[in-house]
Write a protein that binds this ligand. Structure first.
Ligand SMILES: [Zn+2]
Length: 254
């Protein structure tokens, strides 16, 4: 798998070779443009694609092919989260909710409901700011620690799982996760329940691509996710165990 540290070594080697060629006047200056553009391209790709484990490892799949783990981001939402909790109960599903700290503080009752019904609560930053990835290390750490404090105060449980906002990663986040001891969780199937795809299209992808072991990304702050789950849950619950039992043992770094 492509890693940030490996990429740096490769490009450093390219730069050294290029410098030697320049020293002997063998290569023109513009020869460096292609490696530089490629390097920036790899950085953008590695930052945007959490499944690459570019800066640090995230958990994207389960060991067990019999299990599928449903995850919900960006809540809790005062209306849709409760509807989703009821639907999950109907199919005896236990999942993880990656909550935003400010929303959690506002809807503390929903967090207690999640725990009471057997779900896990993960950290999804305090504000889910679009600037999160540009924050300096201290502010990033503050966002994560403040969210942990809110969750712990409400539920009595300190979260161990973190999902980066927008799934975007960078070297500062790698350091913050190390310092806070949090485990990053990505996904192997993205439902795109926040996009323009129709529910029929999403269901057709879901039925084709989920074969066991997937971590599925949904959002619990959207009305359409409720509708989507009404079709997805009967399909998935017939084929897989949808729980978060022994999560630490089930999950593996990919
Ligand atoms: Zn999010």
């Amino acid at each position: 798998m492509l890693k940030f540290s490996f990429l740096n070594k490769v490009f450093l080697a390219i730069f050294v070779v290029f410098s030697l060629l320049r020293a002997f006047k063998i290569a023109p200056f513009y020869f460096l443009f292609f490696p530089l553009i490629s390097y920036v391209g790899f950085l953008v790709w590695g930052s945007a694609e959490i499944t690459l484990n570019f800066y640090f490892d995230s958990i994207h799949r389960l060991k067990s092919k019999q299990h599928v783990l449903l995850t919900f981001d960006d809540g809790p939402h005062p209306v849709f989260t409760r509807q989703i909790l009821d639907l999950l109960d109907d199919y005896d599903v236990k999942s993880i909710f990656f909550v935003m700290g400010n929303q959690a503080k506002e809807h503390a009752g929903l967090l207690k409901e999640m725990v009471r019904r057997g779900h896990l609560i993960g950290n999804h930053s305090y504000h889910h700011s679009t600037m999160f990835d540009l924050f300096p290390l201290r502010r990033m750490k503050y966002e994560i620690e403040k969210t942990n404090q809110v969750i712990e105060k409400i539920t009595g449980q300190k979260p161990v799982y973190f999902r980066p906002p927008f799934g975007i990663t960078n070297p500062r986040l790698a350091r913050v996760l190390k310092q806070t001891g949090m485990i990053s969780v990505g996904w192997s199937f993205r439902s795109f329940d926040g996009g323009k795809r129709s529910n029929e299209k999403i269901m057709s992808q879901l039925t084709k691509k989920i074969s066991g072991g997937e971590i599925v990304l949904f959002h619990d702050n959207r009305a359409r996710t409720v509708e989507l789950l009404k079709t997805a849950l009967p399909f998935l619950s017939q084929r897989f165990e949808l729980n978060n039992n022994n999560l630490n043992k089930e999950i593996r770094h990919v």
